[in-house]
Design a protein around this ligand. Structure first.
Ligand SMILES: [Zn+2]
Length: 415
């Protein structure tokens, strides 16, 4: 087999002939020529036989590695005059427009970005993290389903920080599909108004429920734009509020114990944080022992734990509307009387949003799934902390939690 043929089979780039293959500075470089005669606009797919001029543009991409070697792909491309986009260099079938990488390379990086950490990808693929961000943006731009905003019925709105110093993304979830369908930088009323502008009045009118956190910003935008939808509070946020209150009480108790001369009691609190925050049925053997110890010790932390578990039980899904309402009210009364300042405060907030929480439970907005998605989003945005742009962070969230199906190069049909 000739070297150029071997190289063509290895790289498997669609629609090209390999004219030359050589090693340059330790890199396998393949010179390729497009098989098609017609010139294609890389933006709109407009085709023509007419060249704009006789000049060619030397272009270069990085392809998937072969063995230990980096792969470079080179071509001399022609120029065309697209009626919409003007004079530009023709598009190629094997690489996205304005990218220095082949589509296969980008698909691999995007797949890795949703599954592993920054330093692993940088070391394996030999590219920097901001390049990963730009690749994610391109993969999302070509993979995102344009119909995803059709037939939305129940949606949730949430904010997540993508970087330190209060940089936020607003994300919209399709509750039915359990996927994130829209996102933008920011977390105020205007940000969510941007979603409704993209959605349009007709599709907004079809919304039956919009769930949000307890902040005023999203509630206001939802009230203005989703006029037919009931507005509710994501149970997940209410649970998070109560969980935080428990953590406040735990920290307080621990700090008090550390002041005492007898350090044995403080030792009980070693590892207590996760034990208290986790669901009791998810605890390991050691953690169960810690939990029993905390119970025997009693006091404020144990009372706070009891309140947290009682609150969580409201969302188990086994109560009817009437029972749920009564249970929330009983819980608020008990928390107000608990003499635990953090819980007294939470009870007040829960009372203010009682109807919204109740509506969410009655609509069956699946809390476990919302919580699962939320945890996943938070894990992904931690990874996005290294990006310099919100667009890259958002792209990584959409890749991981949005309606995009990622395929690895070998999973795609051969060309
Ligand atoms: Zn064009």
């Amino acid at each position: 087999m000739r070297v150029t043929t071997l190289c063509k089979r290895l790289l498997d780039l669609g629609g090209v002939t390999v004219t030359k293959a050589e090693f340059l500075e330790g890199e396998l470089v393949a010179e390729v020529a497009l098989r098609r005669r017609r010139l294609v606009c890389p933006h709109c797919g407009y085709t023509t036989r007419v060249r704009y001029d006789t000049r060619t543009v030397a272009s270069r991409w990085r392809g998937l590695d072969v063995g230990r070697r980096k792969v470079g792909v080179r071509a001399r491309l022609r120029r065309l005059d697209c009626p919409t986009h003007g004079v530009l260099t023709e598009g190629v079938p094997f690489a996205p427009v304005a990218s220095r990488f082949t589509t296969d390379f980008e698909d691999l990086v995007a797949f890795l970005a949703t599954r592993t950490d920054k330093s692993t990808i940088a070391r394996l693929c030999r590219i920097d993290w901001d390049t990963v961000g730009r690749i994610c943006q391109r993969v999302v731009a070509r993979g995102l389903d344009t119909d995803r905003l059709d037939s939305l019925v129940n949606i949730g709105v949430d904010e997540v920080s993508w970087r330190r110093h209060h940089r936020y993304l607003t994300l919209v979830t399709d509750h039915k599909a359990g996927k994130i369908v829209w996102g933008a930088e920011g977390k105020d009323t205007d940000t969510l108004d941007g979603f409704f502008a993209d959605l349009g009045a007709e599709r907004a009118d079809q919304l039956e429920a919009v769930s949000t956190d307890m902040g005023a910003a999203f509630i206001k935008s939802a009230a203005n734009n989703a006029v037919n939808a009931v507005r509710c509070i994501d149970p997940f946020h209410a649970v998070a509020l109560v969980t935080n209150a428990l953590d406040v009480e735990r920290r307080k108790a621990w700090n008090e114990l550390r002041q005492l001369p007898d350090q044995d009691a403080a030792k009980t609190f070693k590892g207590a944080r996760w034990v208290l925050l986790k669901r009791p049925d998810n605890l390991s053997e050691d953690q169960s022992v810690t939990l029993r110890r905390l119970r025997n010790q009693g006091g404020a932390v144990w009372r706070a734990y009891g309140l947290k578990e009682a609150f969580r039980a409201i969302f188990a899904g086994d109560l009817d509307e009437h029972q749920t309402a009564a249970t929330i009210d009983r819980w608020c009364a008990k928390a107000s009387r608990s003499r635990l300042p953090a819980f007294v405060k939470v009870a007040k907030t829960i009372r203010t949003h009682r109807d919204g929480i109740l509506t969410a439970i009655c609509l069956g907005i699946n809390n476990a799934r919302a919580e699962g998605l939320n945890n996943h989003v938070r894990l992904i945005t931690r990874r996005a902390y290294g990006f310099h742009s919100a667009a890259a962070a958002l792209a990584l969230v959409m890749l991981s939690c949005g309606p995009i199906e990622l395929h690895l190069p070998h999973e795609k049909p051969a060309t």
